[in-house]
Ligand binder design. Structure first.
Ligand SMILES: [Fe+2]
Length: 215
């Protein structure tokens, strides 16, 4: 079996050990960061995606100091690679169900740290079983930022919901499993997804469950 196929978490989601007292400050910082990214990539409608935070924007500690200090406390700031924003207005067509891009062996694996930014009460990340559809291009409204279309869409006729987790609190998600954001309301919501180097290694050696998951 190849290394890539080993790099899949064996859970759908786990609550993240982010100090919830800091969440309002982290949300404010992340929204400011969203405005910076939006300016740089004005065509994005759902996903605002950049490959490498440091080379695009600089040090996280300078732009989002509270978030950076929390990642430092968890001892994963040095592994932070990038963040992307998922903005979604449910009056538009639903977010495509998808698996995130295929990681390479030296990058982040299929671990996403999702943090609510705005309006996430009553919204969910929903997980599905079903088939991938490698031949379906991403919808125009789902691309527009570099490489967002590297994700693989599902054959939506084939999917069955298997579980869902609220987007209201910080959560680690397994983005290898087919998933999409869904809401119970009719207003925009935004979350940020953080990605880290070497997360599979931290999972394999027990650090992830010991220190990065809320008890
Ligand atoms: Fe995703």
């Amino acid at each position: 079996m190849s290394k890539l196929t080993d790099m899949v978490p064996d859970f759908l989601y786990k609550s993240a050990a982010i100090d919830l007292k800091l969440l309002p400050d982290i949300q404010r910082e992340c929204f400011r960061m969203f405005l910076i990214m939006q300016k740089k990539s004005p065509k994005g409608k759902i996903f605002y995606y950049f490959t490498d935070f440091k080379s695009e924007f600089g040090e996280l500690a300078d732009l989002c100091p509270v978030l950076a200090s929390e990642l430092e406390r968890l001892d994963i700031l040095h592994l932070f690679r990038r963040m992307f924003f998922i903005q979604w207005d449910p009056t538009h067509p639903p977010m495509p169900i998808h698996r995130d891009y295929l990681p390479t062996a030296d990058t982040e694996g299929h671990f996403g740290l999702n943090i609510p930014v705005r309006g996430c009460e009553g919204s969910y990340t929903v997980f599905y079983s079903g088939e991938l559809n490698y031949n379906t291009p991403w919808r125009e409204d789902a691309i527009g930022t570099p490489a967002a279309d590297r994700a693989i869409p599902a054959n939506e006729q084939s999917v069955v919901e298997i579980d869902r987790v609220s987007s209201e609190l910080p959560v680690w998600i397994n983005n290898y499993v087919l998933h999409a954001g869904r809401t119970e309301f009719n207003r925009p919501r935004m979350l940020v997804s953080l990605r880290f180097y070497s997360m599979q290694s931290l999972f394999d050696n027990g650090y992830f469950d010991e220190y990065l998951v809320a008890k």
